[in-house]
Design a protein around this ligand. Sequence first.
Ligand code: NAP
Length: 266
Amino acid sequence: MAHSLSPAIHNAAFEALGLDMAYVPLPVRAEDVGAAIKGLAALGFRGANVTIPHKGAVLPYLDRVDGDAALVEAVNTIVVDGGELLGYNTDIEGVRAALVDACGDSLRGAPGLLLGAGGAARAAALALARLGVDLTVVNRTAAAAERLTALMSAAVPGCVCRCLPLAELTVAHVAAQSVLVNATSLGMDGESKVPEPLTDTVTAGQVVVDVVYTYCGTDLLAQARTRGATVIGGLEVLVRQAAAAFELWTGRSAPLEVMRDATRQR
Ligand code: NAP
């Protein structure tokens, strides 16, 4: 929260479009989530973002929740519309838009590996499944990967999705993929790194997405870049989810380059 780049991204975008709006970071304790959400309309807010760890906790306090946000059980964007609170998940669009920018529609039928089964991974899984990626979900806790696999298979017609415990991930699994996505917290400052079968096997033909963002970039992305892979960093995913939220709040096209510049100036 304290290190969030979202205020810089959105305030730069508001200024660029001459909008009389401001984005302020407001820390909220878990026990105050309901009161904080209900207060948004009374305080005249146009909307809000919700960040870890409250993305699931806000759902019961909203008047309506978009179908995709309900599916992935996480709301990261709230729109206040005529006193009603509407919940959305723009992390899905963040991953989708970043991948489409880099790959066009070339991912249909392509094998892809998603590391993680938490909130960010559920959003990424929906984006990948809808892009037609033939998906393997790999997670430390096998039960969470199984649940996510079942969720995608039920929600996305024609979806091919299977799971694998992280402990069973091999170099051969990684080498067989066209797209590799890290949606765990591995690689964040102070966390363990993404496991070696992933970082050490990346090849030039692969697309590597790391939703984690750090000021220096992650080890996974550095390795992937060195090996000639196409890389999409967490900052680009962050900007694309912010752009989708901006458009929901303002009804205007998001100034993507202004938003990207704002992340570079921090
Ligand atoms: P989360 O719901 O807590 O999920 C964490 C995931 O990481 C789980 O799959 C967990 O596996 C795995 N994990 C954690 N520690 C691990 C370890 N030591 N070894 C193996 N797996 C481990 O968190 P989240 O909301 O999904 O967020 C994940 C990351 O995405 C964070 O770094 C967040 O900042 C980032 N994120 C970025 C964006 C963006 O716009 N770029 C948007 C959203 C989130 P288990 O199931 O086994 O616990």
